[in-house]
Design a protein around this ligand. Sequence first.
Ligand code: AN7
Length: 368
Amino acid sequence: MAFPTNLKQLFNRAPKKNNWAGLIEAYRPWLPVTKKTPVISLYEGATPLLPVKSISDRIGNGVQVYVKYDGLNPTGSFKDRGMTMAISKAKEAGCEAVICASTGNTSASAAAYARKGGMKAFVIIPDGYVAQGKLAQALVYGAEILSIKGNFDTALDIVRELSEKYPITLVNSVNPFRLQGQKTAAFEIIENLGNAPDWLCIPMGNAGNISAYWMGFQEYFSANKSKKLPKMMGFQASGSAPLVIGKTVEEPETIATAIRIGNPVNKEKALLVKNSSNGKFLSVTDSEIINAYKILGKEEGIFCEPASASSVAGLLKLKDEVPKNSKIVCVLTGNGLKDPECAINNNDSIFHSGLNPDINSIAKTMGF
Ligand code: AN7
């Protein structure tokens, strides 16, 4: 068929108008909002569930692996799902300023949504441990940044106390509206697959997201929108794995700075999720994380941040336990562009720099 040159014909061929207006509008009956709630949204949610053949092939046995690419949210991470709810409810309550402690993504998301809602955003971050892209976002979105000589856990203690003493709303995942918003990712997965997956593989920092997903899966199960519940498989970086070793890590360390958290606020919730879903928590080393990160990049065209790759690294580590012909979803929580330094230092590509702009020598360098 010839390509239409006539404008009217072109419009007729255009796909149906996309009327997605964010997850609060899409899942209103499932969320604690009323007609009076001012919806602060950047049209987050509706992120793709992509089949990843390179990972399915490595697992074998007819297993189908998908990734929930939540790094495609407006500020590049899953935090936007929770933030649209937390900020809309803060606005509804008449609050004028919000605060969070953050390893980076929460601060970027809180800043964007708070400013969009006409509120001030204060963010407390660990000095020197926030990836460049996240810092850039918080600055551009107009947050006021307080960088402390201390890690995330210390920053969280401080914001909890500040929000008790002063008129400022805390938007970390201790805020229950955050988890309400985040549970919608489970709804989307069930709608895409027609059922819940057999396993849900997910990175854990404060373990808010794993708790939110479980809430979403349970709600759809109770409403007969899915016929099964997944096993919840939570992964942490081995230098920062309090939920795996069963005690607080005083000085957490990992290349995956997003999950460099030693004392997860949602630990009780997370343990309940593990037990009631028959799931498992496991740690993955930084080199296992980077291996998965590279596979996703160079074999799938998917660029996620290192913390996110831990869900795939964990699945690969549990290869022998994956049930035959099962469906597995790995959550990719954040976009790779968040952490350019990690990308530049961890790839297998060839970078010829400083070449003379001469066609013959360039062709020679290319191997011709
Ligand atoms: C990409 O931004 O805690 O287990 O302050 O950024 O719900 O904490 C980020 C966490 C996974 C862990 N993947 O989620 C913060 C922050 C990415 C993240 C997690 C985070 P939770």
